[in-house]
Design a protein around this ligand. Structure first.
Ligand code: FAD
Length: 445
């Protein structure tokens, strides 16, 4: 019997439950990837370049036995399956809004040809929708979700299987990378993910809890792009963590759970990708000032930690989590711009851009998300910079105009008038009050 394994956000061969399920059914497997314009077009160049790199590495691991086609999955998957006489098509479930709709259409098309659709696992340790309150309602607060998620637990990594991969007629046609200019991306693929993770377990895990909030130190795993494309499964990470001790273990497990929580929220509320999760926020007045938005995008707001973060994004397609929170807070609460403007800019430039993690983190910062009252949590960009980049090294790395200001003083450049660096576009103390006033008006109305 023959089966198709349709790869999507699971570009790896290890700990692959859908691959295992294909090999349990069939003695020959066709590996397939469909380049779908509807997904590629809105993805920024960095994410697409990283994807192509992952595909190249996967194809190498398979000695070229990977069929890569361009087109609409509804017709292409069925065409490929029929061409090899497959009885079943195996996938890792997609839980995001476009993917779930697409998969229903693909499964329906396959059924018309008598081909079975088999979903096994998901890109998460616990498939979204499975952790609910006793009454079946979804969790809205992370800590409660986290406890229930831990209680529920997850499968051990899928065991390895022997596979006879079908060689397609042509070598895989993976397009040329889109132009990303000078941007430096991480090395793509499953092998790179394993290397990054091994190195982190050895050198980073012990200090993770203390270091994870320090953008000037390289203290986090940097696994987010690999997790997005499934070069490594979170179940593998959780299984490895179970063999370690210390504060870093618990702390990293809970970060992995944040990813699962946001996916769960989006699964229950697909509209949260575009609209306020908390409908009260529909009444908040936003400004629509393109020029302050441009200064934010370019890293020219006059607030060093904000500018360093925005420039790190443009240079590397990645930004440190603490700084993501600071720049997002600045966009929404200092510039009073809609969170979805910022979210769109992030999705265009992030190599780890992920609909669930991105949109819901943005909503969390904006206050319109799942958390109860964070609207009042308005970051002061100067004190945040002084606290989390205490020597100013992070700022000086990404903002060359400020390299002449030593130490912590770099966070208050207006006292030094550095050449070529802008004055603050807004006055934080004033805008903070404006943000609170707007929120209070909505609350009262
Ligand atoms: P680590 O600290 O090593 O964490 C390990 C893994 O845990 C991460 O790879 C990630 O998968 C997960 N994780 C950690 N923090 C979060 C979080 N707050 N929410 C969800 N998952 C988390 N992450 C994305 O993967 N894609 C995005 O598009 C994205 N957009 C964001 C937008 C904003 C405004 C904010 C505040 C955060 C966003 N994050 C996003 C979450 C977080 O910033 C990144 O996952 C993290 O910085 C990636 O670096 P790391 O792999 O070294 O993280």
């Amino acid at each position: 019997e023959t089966a198709v394994l349709w790869f999507r956000r699971d570009l790896r061969l290890d700990d692959h439950a859908a691959l295992l399920s294909a090999t349990e059914r069939a003695d020959k497997v066709l590996g397939l990837f469909v380049l779908d314009e509807r997904l590629l077009r809105p993805s920024g160049a960095p994410r697409v370049a990283f994807l192509y790199g992952c595909l190249r590495e996967l194809a190498d691991q398979l000695d070229g036995r990977l069929l890569v086609v361009h087109g609409d999955p509804v017709t292409e998957v069925s065409k490929a399956a029929r061409a090899v006489g497959a009885a079943s098509v195996h996938v890792t479930a997609d839980c995001a809004p476009y993917g779930t709709t697409r998969d229903r259409a693909v499964a329906k098309e396959l059924a018309q040809h008598g081909i079975e659709w088999v979903e096994t696992g998901s890109p998460y340790a616990v498939t979204p929708g499975q952790v609910t309150k006793p009454d079946g309602e979804p969790y809205r607060v992370f800590t409660a979700f986290y406890r229930a998620w831990l209680r529920r637990g997850w499968h051990s990594p899928a065991r390895k299987s022997t596979v006879e991969w079908i060689a397609p007629e042509h070598a895989p046609k993976i397009p040329k990378d889109p132009d990303i200019g000078e941007m430096k991306l991480p090395e793509p693929g499953e092998k790179a993910a394993k290397r990054v993770w091994k190195r982190f377990l050895k050198d980073g895990l012990g200090g993770y809890d203390a270091e994870r909030d320090r953008p000037d130190h390289d203290g986090t795993t940097r696994l987010s792009p690999y997790l997005h494309w499934g070069c490594v499964h979170p179940r593998t990470l959780l299984a490895d963590l179970a063999g370690h001790r210390g504060a870093g273990v618990e702390s990293l497990r809970s970060e992995i759970a944040w990813r699962e929580f946001h996916a769960d929220v989006l699964w229950h509320r697909p509209d949260a990708a575009r609209r306020n999760y908390d409908k009260r926020f529909d009444r908040i007045a936003y400004d629509e000032d393109r020029s302050t938005f441009d200064s934010w995008c370019e890293g020219r707001t006059g607030y060093p930690i904000v500018d360093a973060g925005m420039r790190q994004l443009l240079a590397e397609g990645w930004m440190h989590n603490r700084v993501r929170m600071i720049v997002a807070s600045f966009l929404v609460k200092d510039l009073h711009l809609p969170w979805w403007w910022g979210a769109r800019h992030f999705m265009r430039h992030l190599v780890d851009g992920d609909l669930a993690s991105n949109q819901l983190n943005w909503q969390w910062v904006a206050g319109s998300g799942t958390d109860a009252a964070p609207y009042f949590r308005i970051f002061n960009p100067t004190t945040q910079g002084e606290k989390f980049d205490p020597q100013g090294d992070y700022v000086r790395k990404y903002v060359p105009e400020l390299r002449g200001i030593p130490g912590k003083a770099v966070h208050q450049p207006w006292k030094h008038q550095p050449e070529g660096y802008p004055e603050p576009v807004v006055d934080h103390a004033h805008e903070r009050q404006v943000a609170l006033d707007r929120f209070n008006r909505v609350k009262r109305s």
